[in-house]
Write a protein that binds this ligand. Structure first.
Ligand SMILES: Nc1ncnc2c1ncn2[C@@H]1O[C@H](COP(=O)(O)OP(=O)(O)OP(=O)(O)O)[C@@H](O)[C@H]1O
Length: 374
């Protein structure tokens, strides 16, 4: 035997525990490793009960041991399933079956909020979570294009005698968007009451099924539509997207402040800095800080929140969005890793939030005259 048990543990650190956002060692999923001559037996306990997750973890363990430890050894993997992850506690107008609702917002438009939402959703799905996106961007719903389903239309199906809207699914992500209800050639801006009605239907009259996460892609800004969203559902936490540019950061700050208002109180999980720097394909080690450096890092420090990730400005991110195949789907690419890291950081903030704070309540919005609208 030319390897140590420690080599096996080290190799297993390279595998993400399905549905947990941590590696198999960090999450204590590996409960035992035994070496008998040329045979290695790994006992692993995972939280995701699906057959696919079990098979995936088994195959990944075998592969990493053969690649990194000893290619000739026989590997046996015993996979056990523990009870499912604790759902986030919520009350109020819950969406049945939906455990965590995450709002993705940006103060300024065009900073890549939808791109970040799409890629975080794909990363979550690849980690084994069940994920949905509600595209609530009233000014320009772009998710149907980003998920290559712009020509699809949600069907109405009958669930327990009620007619429900069936989300469109691609890449393991369920999607409903205001964009499914407008002609892409017409510039429609959803206004006030109509937008609220459509959003309410997409939230409560849809067959989302069991979801670990529902990401809500909010329109840019901090206006009425945001208030009606936070009023309608108990949002577990908010993620703010910004570029490092001063004017984007100032708007991001307003976004954080909006969620933290006393009458809203949605915890901010952190800030994702998008378009952090540009690296040309021919000079991958060069980083050009086009919009400034460390802007979101400093803002996160100032606001006592977390910098969740720094996503570079890369042509392939734009191209992948345009062809409807989010870049996080590109196996083993640097961008896939960047989004996976950002997602893991968001998850660890979410776990902390769910441990430390009570459930988010439905917000009572008080009108100028002091009357509650709920
Ligand atoms: N990191 C990046 N590198 C390259 N292009 C990017 C990056 N992030 C976003 N883009 C591109 O920038 C454009 C705007 O991105 P996106 O639509 O995600 O922004 P947004 O903030 O959601 O916009 P809106 O304000 O319209 O909702 C898109 O063409 C997208 O492909």
């Amino acid at each position: 035997m030319s390897f140590k048990k420690q080599d096996i543990y080290k190799a297993l650190e390279g595998i993400t525990a399905p549905g947990e956002g941590m590696n198999l060692i960090e999450s204590k999923a590996v409960t035992n490793v035994v070496v008998f001559g040329k045979e290695i037996v790994v006992d692993v306990t995972i939280k995701n009960p699906s057959l696919q997750a079990k098979k995936k973890v088994e195959v990944e363990i075998m592969k990493v041991i053969h690649d990194k430890v000893d290619e000739k050894t026989d590997v046996k993997v015993n996979v056990k399933v523990d009870a499912p992850a604790k759902p986030a506690p919520m009350r109020g107008n819950q969406i049945p079956g939906v455990k965590n609702i995450i709002a993705v917002a940006s103060g300024k438009g065009g900073v890549g909020k939808s791109t970040v939402t799409a890629n975080i959703a794909v990363s979550l799905a690849k980690m084994g979570f069940s994920v949905g996106i509600l595209d609530a961007d009233v000014y320009g719903p772009s998710m149907p294009i980003m998920f290559d389903v712009a020509k699809e239309r949600p069907l109405s199906i009958n669930v327990d005698g009620k007619s429900k809207m069936q989300p469109i699914e691609n890449y393991g992500v369920k999607l409903l968007s205001l964009g499914f209800f407008t002609d892409p050639n017409q510039a429609v801006i959803w206004r006030g009451a109509m937008a609220s009605k459509a959003l309410n239907q997409m939230i409560f009259d849809a067959n989302w099924g069991e979801l670990d996460f529902l990401l809500i892609d909010l329109p840019p800004g901090t206006g009425d539509i945001h208030l009606s969203m936070v009023q309608a559902v108990p949002i577990t936490g908010a993620v703010i997207v910004s570029t490092p540019q001063a004017i984007a950061l100032a708007d991001a700050k307003r976004g954080v402040a909006m969620f933290e208002q006393e009458n809203i109180m949605v915890p901010v999980l952190g800030i994702v800095e998008n378009m952090s720097y540009f690296s040309p394909a021919e000079l991958p080690d060069h980083k050009y800080y086009i919009f400034g450096k460390d802007g979101a890092k400093h803002l996160a420090e100032d606001l006592k929140t977390t910098l969740l990730g720094e996503i570079p400005l890369v042509q392939s991110i734009r191209e992948a969005g345009d062809v409807g195949h989010p870049v996080a789907l590109q196996e083993d690419s640097a961008l896939e890793k960047a989004f996976a890291e950002t997602t893991k950081k968001m998850l660890s903030q979410l776990v902390k939030r769910n441990e430390d704070l009570p459930p988010t309540e439905i917000v009572r919005i008080t009108t100028m005259s002091g009357c509650s609208t709920k």
